[in-house]
Design a protein around this ligand. Structure first.
Ligand SMILES: [Zn+2]
Length: 444
């Protein structure tokens, strides 16, 4: 754990995907997270639009909004070809935190942070995220690969198990957490200035076992608690191993809540005549060019689809609905009992700014707590009971925490990036958009 360069402080970041601030606070108060409680006090921060990991961590790892880094979700539709694409680090239009730190002479180790596939060549080490199809293609330098194999490193459990064998899936989630822990502590003695380790399994646990965590009668309740006990132990071990002059910063990217119902926006848009499919299918690629709107998960609504120029909304503008019509339709959505299904309908220009915002959705919707926004491409009802997932993301209720220090509440994940530079005692790059979460002596 030698410091690689000076001046400045070393910083260790542990990011816990989708761990809510309220969940941590309740757990600390109940004595379930003794190590987290000792480390510091979590404060609430908000996520991004939409509140999904790829967008939120792309925002953190560039320090700019999606309108400038260019990633708006896990899935995109190529407007020219109709093909589905999965944005990766290759789509980022703005420099990464790791490269910004390298430019300031700081060596960086990055493990498992979403949107780090394909891995960048760094002064340091990068182990890619769950987007990586094969570990051999997800590590720089490649010479690290035998060491990871020896430690039985795992990126992601087999997702099909979530539907077929929940007990086995839970076991794999735990095994993946333990594999990451082995590698983390194996790499810790390497030289670094920033070490960031990302735990993705908290998100998986929360999606598939959130209700089990709340229900003491569930057969998986104890396993849920054991998983979080191990997360807390990991925090304790980090705290014990890192000397007091190393800064320790924890954060999550969005909150979680229980799912009451799934709301399929494409079913609604089809029902209202905005969306139709071509002959022979109902997949994304089959959306008819005459369609006036469609949705991609979660809660992204795009107008039109024809033409090859993203954001141009095609060639028949006069036939397309105004965005206002759709906004009003969506804002009035209710569950049948008078309860609004959407908490917010955000216009593109309210959510994003920058050169890449022409790729942005026209509207971003946040479901009311419990209403999980889907965008299916097969016929079905607008509202349905939750299928596999009992937990859903929330925009609010993410957290940030600094070892032995205080942070200001009320920020967003965009503010975490300048916080990194402040914690390391480094100048904040001018193009970053957020404001540090540290109590302020200067404007940032
Ligand atoms: Zn998730």
């Amino acid at each position: 754990m030698r410091p690689r360069s000076n001046p400045g402080k070393r910083l260790f970041i542990l990011s816990l995907d989708g761990v809510p601030c309220s969940f941590l606070k309740e757990g600390i108060a109940a004595g379930r997270f003794p190590n987290l409680g000792r480390l510091g006090e979590p404060v609430e921060i908000a996520s991004t639009f939409p509140p999904v990991s790829s967008v939120a961590w792309a925002t953190f790892s560039t320090g700019v909004n999606p309108g400038r880094h260019g990633v708006f979700g896990f899935l995109e539709l190529d407007r020219a070809t109709g093909a589905e694409t999965i944005p990766t680090a290759a789509n980022l239009c703005s420099p990464t935190l790791w490269k910004m730190l390298n430019a300031q002479g700081k060596r960086t180790i990055v493990m498992n942070v979403p949107l780090t596939y394909p891995p960048q060549e760094l002064d340091g080490i990068m182990i890619s995220c769950f987007l990586c199809p094969d570990l051999a293609r997800g590590v720089t330098p490649r010479s690290l690969l035998p060491r990871l194999r020896r430690l039985d490193y795992r990126i992601e459990p087999d997702p099909s198990l979530a539907a077929t064998d929940r007990g086995a899936y839970l076991g794999e989630i735990l095994a993946t957490l333990r594999a990451e822990r082995r590698v983390l502590f194996d790499l810790l003695p390497e030289p670094w200035d920033l070490f960031m380790a990302h735990v993705m399994m908290t998100d998986r646990m929360n999606h598939f076992f959130w209700q089990d965590g709340l229900d003491p009668k569930s057969e998986f309740h104890e396993a849920f608690l054991r998983f979080y006990r191990e997360v807390d132990e990991l925090v304790g071990e980090v705290d014990r191993l890192l000397p007091a002059d190393v800064e320790v910063f924890l954060l999550s990217d969005h909150g979680f809540s229980s799912v009451k119902a799934e709301v399929d926006l494409n079913a609604l848009l089809a029902q209202e005549g905005y969306l139709c499919y071509g002959d022979g299918g109902a997949g994304l690629a089959d959306i008819a060019r005459s369609s006036r709107a469609y949705s991609l998960i979660p809660g992204r609504v795009y107008l039109g689809r024809s033409g090859g120029n993203p954001g141009s909304h095609g060639t028949d503008a006069q036939e397309r609905p105004t965005r206002e019509d759709i906004r009003v339709l969506l804002s009035r959505l209710e569950n049948g009992g008078g309860k609004r299904l959407l908490e917010r309908v955000v216009l593109r220009e309210e959510a994003y700014s920058g050169d890449c915002s022409s790729l942005a959705p026209d509207l971003v919707l946040l479901g009311s707590p419990g209403y999980d926004l889907k965008a299916k491409t097969s016929p079905g009802p607008v509202m349905a009971a939750p299928a596999l997932r009992s937990g859903m993301h929330t925009y609010g209720d993410a957290f940030a925490l600094r070892r032995g220090g205080t942070l200001r509440p009320g920020g967003t994940i965009l503010d975490a990036t300048p916080t990194v530079f402040r914690l390391m005692g480094l100048p904040i790059p001018q193009h970053l958009e957020g404001t540090s979460l540290l109590p302020s002596r200067s404007r940032r």
